[in-house]
Design a protein around this ligand. Structure first.
Ligand code: ARG
Length: 555
C-alpha cells in the first residue's frame, strides 16, 4: 500500500461512508514539517461538518500501522507525516526489486499514436526541428515505459505545391551532374532557384510549376517517380539524423498518404451539415467557440492542412483504434489543432482523446532563428558542433568519439527537455555543456561517479537498507518518488517534470554523498549506503533513458 493509500484509508475509517479518491500525501515542502504532508482535511472539513483542525485530528487518530513515526496536526488542519525508518527501508527494498524501477504499467492494453518530428520533405532539418523530435521522442519513451502500446508516426510534409516547383526546377534548372547526385541540399537549392523564378512578372514559370503539380496530382508516372525519389532521399537524410539522436519511428505516413481520403472527408462534412460554401471555398464555422472559421476546401478546389489532419485522424482511428493521439508541434499551430479537434469531435470522433503538445520558439545564443537572420543552423551542424565541443572536454580524460557523441547529443537534448515545452528557450553552448548546474553532462557525470564508486566496493549486495541521517532520508524519500514523477510527466505531457525530478535527485545525492562517508563507514551502514547509491544510479540511468539520454559508465 502506498503512503497516499494509507492516508486515504485513514480518511475512510475516520469518516465512514464518504469517498476520498483525491486524497494524497505529497512530499513535504520543508523537512522541518516532516517527510510528507496532506492538506485534504482542510478541503473535506465542511463536507463532514467539522472544523478543519478537528477533521485532521480525527484522521490522525485513525492512521495506523508501523509506517509513521510521527503524525502532527499543524496550523488550520495540515497533516504532517514523519515516516518510520523501518517502513522506509521496506519501501526501498520493494523499489529496488521492482522491474523498471517501479514504473507502473498503467498503460498496459492501451494504444497511443504519437505524431512527432514530422519535418517537410526536400529540406534539411534545422535547429527548429530539434524540439518536436526531442520532446516527442521523450514522450514516446515515457509512454512505452508505462506499458502503452505506442505507434510513433512521422507525419512528413511530403505533399503540396512545393513539389510542382521542385519538379519544374529539377527538369530545367539542375545540371545533369546534380540530377545524377541528387541530395537534400541539391533539392533545397533547386527549390530556392525555382521558387524565385515563379515570382517573375510574366507568370510563365509559375504556370509551368502548377502544371507539373497538376500532373503529379493526377498520377502522372514520371512526376510520381520524381516525387518518390525526392521523398526517398529526404527520408534517408532524416534517418541519418534520427540515428544520431536515437529516435525510431514505427511508421512514416506523410501527408501524401491521406491524399485520396480528403475528398471523402469533405463530402462527409457537407452531408453532416458541418461545412458550408463561403466565397467559393468550403468552410466550417467555429465562431461560437471563438475559433473563427476553418477552410476545408479552398476556392480553387484544393485541400489544406485542416483537411489533411481530418483525413489523417479518420485513418488512424480505423487502422489503430487508439485511445489517444498526441501531436507535438510548435505553438504557432495551436489554432489549427483547436479548430480541427473541434471539427473531429463534431464528426463523431469522441472516443479518441486528441492531444496537442505545443512547444515554444527556440533562439540560438540569444538571437531569433530565421532564414533572414542567416542563422538557420542545420541540425546536422548543431550535432557535429556538439560532438566537437564535447570531444574537447572529454579527450583530456581519455574519452573517445563515442563518449563525445553521448555527451554532446545528450547535452543538446537535455537543454531542451529541462524546460517546460511551452516556454521559449534559448540554446547556449555554455549552458548546455556546463558540468555544473542543470545540464545533461552534469547528470551523466553524476551517474558515472556513482558507478565508479560502486565498482570500488565489492560484496555489498547482501546489505539491507537502513536510513539514519537526514541527508540519507531526503535522498531515500526522493528515490521513492521516481515512479510518480514518470506518471506526472506523462499526465502533463512534459518531459521537463521528469528532468526536474532527476536534477533534484542528483542534488540530493550530492549532499548525501558529501555528508556521509560511504566506503569508509562501518558495516552495516557501509552496505546500506552502497545500496542507496546503487538504487540512485539505476533510477538516474532509467530516467535519463526515458529522456533519450545515454549514461556512459565512465567519463
Ligand atoms: N509538417 C508539420 C510542420 O513541419 C508538422 C506536422 C504535424 N502533424 C500533424 N498531424 N499536423 O510543422
Amino acid at each position: 500500500m502506498t503512503l497516499s493509500e494509507k492516508v486515504k484509508a485513514a480518511f475512510e475509517k475516520a469518516f465512514p461512508g464518504e469517498l476520498f479518491d483525491s486524497v494524497r500525501a505529497v512530499p513535504a515542502t520543508d523537512p522541518k514539517f516532516g517527510d510528507y504532508q496532506c492538506n485534504d482535511a482542510l478541503k473535506i472539513a465542511k463536507k463532514v461538518g467539522l472544523k478543519p483542525h478537528d477533521a485532521a485530528q480525527k484522521v490522525a487518530d485513525a492512521l495506523e500501522g508501523d509506517c509513521f513515526e510521527k503524525v502532527d496536526v499543524a496550523g488550520p488542519g495540515f497533516l504532517n507525516l514523519t515516516v518510520s525508518p523501518g517502513w522506509l527501508a521496506g519501501e526501498l527494498e520493494t523499489l529496488a526489486k521492482a522491474p523498471k524501477c517501479g514504473i507502473p504499467q498503467s498503460g498496459a492494453g492501451k494504444k497511443v499514436v504519437i505524431d512527432y518530428s514530422s519535418p517537410n520533405a526536400a529540406k534539411q532539418m534545422h535547429i527548429g526541428h530539434i524540439r518536436s523530435t526531442v520532446i516527442g521522442n521523450a514522450i514516446d519513451r515515457i509512454f512505452r515505459a508505462l506499458g502503452y502500446d505506442v505507434i510513433a508516426d512521422n507525419h512528413l510534409g511530403d505533399w503540396g505545391t512545393q513539389f510542382g516547383i521542385l519538379i519544374k526546377g529539377y527538369r530545367d534548372l539542375l545540371t545533369q551532374e546534380e540530377r545524377n547526385n541528387l541530395s537534400v541540399p541539391v533539392l533545397e537549392k533547386c527549390y530556392v532557384l525555382s521558387a524565385a523564378r515563379a515570382k517573375e512578372e510574366d507568370g510563365v514559370w509559375r504556370e509551368a510549376c502548377k502544371a507539373e503539380l497538376v500532373k503529379l496530382q493526377q498520377g502522372d508516372g514520371e512526376n510520381l517517380a520524381l516525387w518518390k525519389k525526392f521523398i526517398d532521399i529526404s527520408i534517408a537524410e532524416f534517418d541519418r539524423m534520427y540515428a544520431k539522436l536515437g529516435v525510431k519511428f514505427d511508421t512514416y505516413r506523410g501527408e501524401s498518404y491521406y491524399n485520396g481520403v480528403m475528398p471523402r472527408v469533405v463530402e462527409r462534412l457537407v452531408k453532416m451539415g458541418l461545412a458550408e460554401e463561403s466565397e467559393g471555398a468550403l468552410v466550417v464555422k467555429l465562431e461560437d467557440e471563438k475559433l473563427g472559421v476553418a477552410i476545408v476546401r479552398k476556392s480553387d478546389g484544393g485541400y489544406n492542412y485542416t483537411t489533411s489532419d481530418l483525413a489523417c485522424v479518420e485513418c488512424r482511428v480505423k487502422d489503430y483504434d487508439p485511445e489517444r493521439i498526441i501531436y507535438v508541434t510548435d505553438a504557432r499551430q495551436q489554432l489549427h489543432f483547436k479548430q480541427w479537434f473541434s471539427i473531429a469531435r463534431k464528426m463523431g470522433y469522441s472516443d479518441v482523446q486528441l492531444v496537442h503538445v505545443p512547444f515554444g520558439l527556440m533562439s540560438y545564443q540569444g538571437r531569433a532563428i530565421s532564414t533572414r537572420e542567416g542563422n538557420l543552423i542545420k541540425l546536422d551542424e548543431l550535432l557535429s558542433e556538439a560532438k566537437r565541443r564535447s570531444l574537447e572536454i572529454v579527450k583530456d580524460r581519455g574519452g573517445d568519439e563515442k563518449l563525445a557523441e553521448q555527451i554532446g547529443y545528450g547535452a543538446v537534448k537535455y537543454s531542451d527537455l529541462s524546460h517546460d515545452p511551452i516556454t521559449d528557450i534559448d540554446f547556449s553552448w555554455d549552458k548546455a555543456l556546463a558540468l555544473e548546474g542543470n545540464s545533461g553532462p552534469y547528470l551523466q557525470y553524476a551517474y558515472a561517479r556513482v558507478r565508479s564508486l560502486l565498482s570500488k566496493a565489492e560484496g555489498f549486495a547482501a546489505g539491507e537498507f537502513l536510513v539514519s541521517t537526514p541527508a540519507e532520508k531526503r535522498l531515500a524519500l526522493q528515490l521513492l518518488e521516481f515512479p510518480g514523477a514518470v506518471v506526472r510527466a506523462s499526465e502533463a505531457y512534459k518531459p521537463s517534470v521528469l528532468a526536474d525530478y532527476l536534477f533534484q535527485t542528483a542534488q540530493l545525492y550530492s549532499s548525501f554523498y558529501q555528508n556521509s562517508p560511504i566506503l569508509k563507514s562501518e558495516e552495516p551502514v557501509r552496505s546500506a549506503r552502497l545500496r542507496l547509491c546503487s538504487l540512485f544510479g539505476e533510477i538516474l540511468s532509467t530516467g535519463l533513458g526515458l529522456l533519450g539520454i545515454e549514461t556512459p559508465e565512465h567519463i
